[in-house]
Design a protein around this ligand. Structure first.
Ligand code: LMR
Length: 394
């Protein structure tokens, strides 16, 4: 049996992580995987997370199973964080999942179960694991234009033109904020236009929101998701706590299925619970419990939001510093987009050979499509990166 196995393609992002670890050079900079690092290069446990963990350690009396959907208090807290009161609770089915990837996976499985002929439209580019999981599940995909390689902004006309080729029942996967890998985002007028198109063509919206709080602020980053969720007939939302709570390895995510008909919710809920049972039974609880503890405690929540805001502002500062440094070195404004982009990533728009040269000659690791993790930089490494970018001729 095992001899029939074939080597699978390595995930580009994870392969890069491995290469970085194995690089013996002292002077190396990891701008690959989307993990926040502070000025000392450490991915810290957030203060509120530590405090919540202490509380759980002291107070938790049982580790018996929760429910297939996870603890309902977690879903309620996360729904509040992401949607506020944009959608009546009775219209939302929700389950805890192992991270944002688990939420995406369960969403795709639900799509396949509900409509096996649905195609999923993906932005070009998107997070590479989206097409990878869809391909694995045998779900047909299509692409819509997204990144304008000239302006390094969104090719909105191209996006709309391509989405007009979607048929009723097809799914449009959108990044709720902080587009991964480009850092280029729609404005609210454009979001409204996308919503109109989804409604006109009878499409299903799916939102992947993994960076709430990393772009323009916790509330601001949820605005587009709230608009979509409250304006379309049906929508899926895959959310991650990995980045904004810094609980990467705890695998803490949530999947919501929202319908404008509350009579549908019970069936959506039981279908999501069924899928959890088939794939891993009960979802992980520790990260979810930490997040719930924080969101439901005024002081912990305020402290978490304050620390997240520090992270967000430090990333904005690094963006500005890099854009300024590149302007100084190149004598042009052509890198100004780095300060305009939002979230953890920016796509530099460099050819793969130059990305490879940055790695080989300068020990600077970024994903082959020239996505760089801004949160992997600090005030000392920004000038080194800027000089290297100029040296290799980006
Ligand atoms: C990333 O895009 O780097 C992160 O979402 C981590 C991952 O799992 O790929």
């Amino acid at each position: 049996m095992f001899e029939n196995l074939k080597p699978q393609p390595a995930d580009k992002i994870l392969a890069l992580m491995q290469m970085y670890r194995e690089d013996p050079r002292d002077q190396k900079i990891d701008l690959g995987v989307g993990v926040y690092k502070n000025a000392e290069g450490v991915t810290p446990v957030m203060r509120a997370v530590k405090a919540a963990e202490k509380r759980i350690l002291e107070e938790q009396e049982s580790k018996a199973y929760t429910g297939l959907a996870g603890d309902p208090a977690y879903a309620d807290a996360m729904i509040g964080l992401i949607l506020g009161d944009a959608v009546p609770r009775g219209n939302i089915a929700a389950v805890a999942t192992p991270g944002g990837t688990g939420a995406c996976r369960q969403a795709f499985e639900l799509i396949r179960m509900a409509n096996p002929s649905a195609r999923v439209f993906l932005s070009n580019p998107t997070w590479p694991n989206h097409p990878s999981i869809l391909r694995y599940l045998g779900i047909e995909t299509a692409e819509y234009r997204y990144f304008d390689s000239e302006t390094r902004g969104v090719d909105f006309d191209g996006m709309i033109e391509d989405l007009k080729t979607a048929n009723a029942g097809d799914v449009v996967l959108l990044h709720g904020c902080c587009h991964n890998p480009t850092g280029a985002n729609l404005n609210m007028v454009q979001w409204q236009e996308v919503v109109n198109l989804i409604n006109e063509r009878g499409l299903v919206a799916m939102i992947d929101i993994a960076y709430q709080g990393f772009g323009d602020g916790l509330e601001e980053d949820a605005q587009a998701t709230r608009l979509v969720a409250s304006s379309v007939k049906r929508c899926l939302i895959a959310a991650s706590c990995s980045k904004n709570f810094g609980v990467y390895r705890e695998r803490t995510g949530l999947l919501m299925a929202i319908s404008d008909d509350p009579a549908q919710t019970a069936l959506n809920q039981s279908s999501l619970a069924f899928l959890n049972r088939q794939n891993y039974s009960f979802p992980p609880d520790h990260g979810a419990r930490v997040v719930t503890t924080i969101l439901n405690d005024e002081a912990l929540r305020a402290d978490w939001a304050a620390e997240l805001e520090e992270v967000r502002l430090s990333m904005l500062g690094l963006r500005q510093q890099l854009a300024d440094e590149l302007q100084r070195l190149s004598g042009s404004d052509r890198f100004g987009f780095i300060a305009q982009h939002r979230g953890m990533f920016s796509r530099l728009g460099a050819a793969p050979e130059l990305v490879e040269k940055l790695r080989a000659d300068h020990g600077i690791y970024m994903v082959g499509d020239s996505r760089l993790n801004i949160a992997g930089l600090n005030a000392t490494t920004v000038p080194i990166l800027a000089q290297a970018i100029i040296d290799v001729g980006v």
